[in-house]
Unconditional design. Sequence first.
Length: 118
Amino acid sequence: MTTHDLPIGRRIARLRARRRMTQQMLADRLGKSKSWVDKVERGVRALDRFTVIQDLAAVLRVDPVALLGRDALPSQAARAAVYGVDGVRAALARYDTALGSGPQVRAASPAGGYGTPG
């Protein structure tokens, strides 16, 4: 089992130990209790705020994505969808370029309405 496959609490415990920090030291740096850290590491307490994950990452000197693990990385299908959207945008940009300078906008007449082209 790789680090990315571990639950977030176990990843935090592993990174904390790698930094030679006790639960109390981590708690003090976060402004939390030792009990809070213990519950997070055991998976009893969920980390439901990204700001807390950012704080943990800063104290542990890692990227927040490292704490979130593989779940934070976009799936192959999600990456394909993004590339698909980019492809559509590129095609639309080429279409506008082929027509001229982009969408035609009529100038407003002095009376405030749109005049007839002419």
